[in-house]
Design a protein around this ligand. Sequence first.
Ligand code: NAD
Length: 421
Amino acid sequence: MTQQEKTSQVSGFYKLSIKKRIEFVKQFAGLNQEETKLFASALDEATADRMIENVLGTFELPLGIAVNFKINGKEYLIPMATEESSVVAAASNAAKIARLHGGFTTESTEPLMIGQMQLLNAPDVVQAAEEILSNKDKLLGLANAQDKILVNLGGGAKDLEVRILDSPLGKMIVTHLIVDVRDAMGANAVNTMCEALAPLIEELTGGKIRLKILSNLADKRLVRARAVFDKEKLGGDKVVDAFLQSYTLAVIDPYRAATHNKGIMNGIDSLIIATGNDFRAIEAGAHCYAARDGCYTSLTKYYKDKNGDLVGEIELPMAVGIVGGASSMHPKAKLSKRILGIKSAQELGEIVAALGLAQNFAAVYALSTVGIQKGHMSLHAKNIAVMAGATGNLIDKVADQLVKENKIKLDRAKELVAQFT
Ligand code: NAD
């Protein structure tokens, strides 16, 4: 496939056999034979044993591909590791609709992470804060001495900020070390720097450093994505209005916002996992950012443009890496990065944002129109058929009948299994 022919837009992808889907991805991403074989392989024991403690084996998740994504004019197939049915299909559908207006546009800040150092028992907090700030260059120099690789790549410790906080234990100082982590997620890099700075801060201030650790509220490392969803394609003005009514509840009510943002994370986590990134870090950052103004709210924004089309936007912290951690160790994470064809952690972060927006749009659109269950039903019916004891071809036969009867219940599935065998 030449660069010009390369498109992620494909219809009926779900109808292809797994072999044909892999062939499509192989052509799209220029995968070699070895890489193609990885799809069917599990993580080897030796690698797993190096990743965590007390390993017994591995735990598999389905890996699917979201199609139709066009982001900043570039075509992407997006690998998604998830156990939840309908998520991959919904993202692909949303991307198909977004394409009508050119797909997604994205942007991001520099990859700046924050490390925190908590200082207690300083004899004079104001003087201690001044002491830290007046020694900024010395402290940044010491931090950068910990990671020459990062510094040589143009990253490294860039700034220090000092906060004085009231607490039940009295006043404490929290020093933030701002580190440009380039293509890493950055936790190890930042934690190492913070630990190295602690003795010097204690010496400068006469206080005691307690915590020294990265903050997962990575609000200096933000990604943004935007897309326009065509009014006519959605079903006209009334549907756009219904969409905005549904969305508004997520803006004003944390009970709805939690579910709304969970839908965003359905997409985001699946790509984060597929690329070997830390989904707990992304989750923590996203939800904390959603409450940044004191009330937990939607991570997405929607409004009508002057043509009446629906505009969707998302902004959230994005601590992702393409080097370090499992992203460099897990063979499937490396494969996912090859499929994406990404060149930097920033590019990955922006794709993650576009996927989160697509996922959220698809969920709210379904909720505003046919409801969420319709899309879930055919795969859900298959799960129920398996629970009822169906195997092989019987799974589809029972599931089809359950859908036809609109009665996706375990007791009915058991009756059908008995009837068909
Ligand atoms: P890492 O230490 O494995 O890799 C980062 C290092 O790779 C950098 O410090 C740099 O020396 C080197 N490097 C080489 N090429 C680079 C490039 N192009 N850009 C940037 N660095 C480059 O990984 P990390 O990203 O520092 O840490 C990530 C891991 O830390 C994840 O596995 C995460 O789960 C874990 N972790 C997370 C938390 C948290 O989120 N609170 C806390 C502790 C650990």
